[in-house]
Design a protein around this ligand. Structure first.
Ligand code: GTP
Ligand code: MG
Length: 360
């Protein structure tokens, strides 16, 4: 939408040019001629006011593109060992510290591989209630690690994870976990997955399968190798310079510091002091910290960071858009809030409103 003129926008939205000009005046933007090109923020504002859905498309034209680490999201049924597996990969113990051992949020961290490569991992909850969070997790990732307990086999949220990955067009690497258990039956798991339509590697397909035990820390090298191979095939690259395109992984409220947002930059560089619109929230980035809590002045692609400075809590999966002024940020955020509320009311009136979503 960048660079669109009022005339083109009228054509796209099916509205008359004077109608759009009125909206422009209402949102306080000045445009001299209907043939002047509009900034992407203004296009979004007008489109929202006109009741048209827009999605920002970022162009990498002419920019320098560099290889970037893969973003890998771990998914699977509750208690199949996702958090334990990530713990084993980073040699700490988050699973033991979680309330009741159940993950209620998305976690993010980077694992540096002995080979020098690094992988950004996102954890997701397996509990049935967190479906929306899993869908958003699948949408921001490059690869899904599908964790299936070898003793329990394919369960409802295993199937759900497969369908999220398919919907987002993201490749799956299967990790059959708990292979140390006496009741483990990896062959049965493979058969179940195959009958759900997953084309496993040793059955002639291209979905890799690895056998692991998070408890005994076995098979971890195979998993890392499979992920690096998958990432290599995808030739993941990103633009490093220029305006950041980033996504929210999770958000929480800190008593002292206010809303804290864990985010992953997809392209470009996010810089401290920038003004951002995040979903329907906005703010000026006051601090950027890496996952170990170290303060930094910028964040580059595939790096999970914590951002401080938003005025409210965004939602997992929201996009982070850098804008040029606080005034514009306020305007976009208000426009989006209005539109979300309108959409919500419409869903309610159509009887489609889901139960309010859980957010940590
Ligand atoms: P949710 O986040 O709630 O969906 O669970 P999860 O998939 O993250 O599972 P978690 O890592 O919390 O592990 C669940 C239980 O399985 C814990 O009691 C772990 O100790 C156990 N567990 C995980 N991996 C293994 C394994 O490889 N072998 C055995 N025997 N137990 C395991
Ligand atoms: Mg967990």
């Amino acid at each position: 939408f960048e660079g669109m003129t009022l005339v083109e926008l009228a054509k796209r939205t099916g509205k008359l040019v004077p109608t759009l000009q009125n909206i422009l005046v209402n949102v306080g933007e000045k445009v001299d001629s209907e043939f002047d090109s509009l900034s992407i923020d203004v296009v979004e504002l007008i489109a929202m006011e006109a009741g048209v859905n827009v999605r920002r498309q970022h162009s990498n034209e002419g920019a320098e593109i560099h290889p970037r680490p893969p973003v890998v999201t771990v998914m699977g049924h509750v208690d199949h060992g996702k958090t334990s597996l990530l713990d084993a990969l980073r040699q700490t113990s988050v699973a033991a510290r979680e309330a009741g051992g159940i993950t209620q949020h998305l976690g993010a961290f980077v694992v540096a591989m002995p080979s020098g490569a690094s992988i950004t991992f996102l954890d997701t909850p397996g509990h049935a209630a967190f479906s929306a969070m899993r869908a958003r997790g699948a949408a921001v990732t490059d690869i899904v690690v599908l964790v299936v307990a070898a003793d329990d086999g394919v369960m409802p949220q295993t199937l759900e994870a497969i369908s999220h990955a398919k919907a987002a067009n993201v490749p799956i690497v299967v990790a059959i976990n708990k292979c140390d258990k006496p009741a483990a039956d990896p062959e049965r798991v493979k058969f179940q997955l195959a009958s759900e339509g997953l084309l496993l590697e040793d059955m002639g397909g291209d979905v890799q399968v690895v056998y692991v035990s998070a408890l005994k820390k076995t098979g971890l090298d195979d998993l890392e190798e499979a992920l690096l191979l998958q990432a290599e095939m995808m030739e993941l690259k990103a633009r490093v310079d220029g305006t950041a395109q980033a996504y929210v992984v999770e958000a929480r409220l800190d008593r002292g510091r206010g809303p804290l947002t864990t985010a992953i930059v997809k392209a470009g560089t996010l810089v401290c002091g920038q003004i951002v619109v995040v979903g329907s929230q906005w703010g000026k980035i006051r601090a950027i910290r890496d996952i170990s809590g170290k303060s930094m002045d910028k964040a580059k692609p595939a790096m999970p960071v914590e951002i401080e400075g938003l005025k409210g809590l965004p939602m997992a999966g929201d996009d982070i858009v850098v804008v040029e002024s606080e005034e514009r940020a306020r305007m976009l955020s208000e426009g989006r809030k209005k539109k979300f509320e309108k959409d919500r009311l419409q869903r309610i009136s159509e009887g489609r409103e889901e139960a309010p979503e859980e957010q940590s």
